[in-house]
Design a protein around this ligand. Structure first.
Ligand code: HEM
Length: 154
């Protein structure tokens, strides 16, 4: 395995886990829980789902920029000479990171508190806010992967 293929593998795998995990949560698990579970059961399930998924997202959040910077140095002479899509990737990574941190540090604790207090309306509102942000992050992640794969020249 060459250094480039190692960095590439360490870049694509966390991207797959983060974006694929959001796709599964939003497109598959969310509608399934809405159709099969009552509100308290749904609101108790999601903090546990996020707790487990976000452990992997933290790994992705750390490994993606490290492997990305490795790829950058192996493939291009400098950051300035890197193509625009790499700069876009870095910018969108920061947006995805900010949205993830907002959910992890602000909205997930609100959902947990509401569930502890058995305040289902507040829990539903908190879950709705998380759903919107994760949906937005999913769209950015999909766009990012499409841009990375298409490598457009501007
Ligand atoms: C600081 C953050 C990041 C940096 C510095 C970075 C940098 C890079 C570089 C230099 C490449 C190789 C480009 C080439 O060979 O032409 C690459 C490829 C790629 N990146 Fe990133 N990246 C970052 C974040 C992300 C994120 C957040 C995702 C997705 C969630 C992502 C997904 C990809 C994918 C799928 C490829 C492979 C594209 C292909 O060859 O088909 N990157 N990245």
């Amino acid at each position: 395995m060459t250094p480039y293929s190692l960095a590439y593998t360490l870049h694509v795998l966390p991207a797959l886990i983060w974006v694929g995990g959001m796709f599964f949560a939003w497109m598959i698990l969310r509608p399934a829980t809405v159709s099969e579970l009552d509100t308290p059961a749904r609101l108790k399930l999601w903090p546990e789902v996020f707790r487990r998924f976000f452990q992997w997202v933290w790994v992705a959040v750390v490994v993606l920029p490290l492997s990305g910077i490795g790829l950058l140095h192996l493939r291009f002479p400098s950051l300035e000479t890197a193509p625009a899509y790499v700069h876009i990737m870095m910018g969108l990574y920061l947006v995805m990171l900010a949205l993830f941190l907002r959910v992890q540090l602000l909205q997930l604790p609100q959902l947990r508190r509401a569930v502890e207090l058995r305040d289902w309306p507040a829990g539903g509102a908190a879950l709705g806010r998380i759903r919107r942000l994760v949906g937005f992050n999913l769209l950015i992640g999909l766009a990012l992967v499409a841009i990375a794969a298409a490598r457009p020249t501007f």
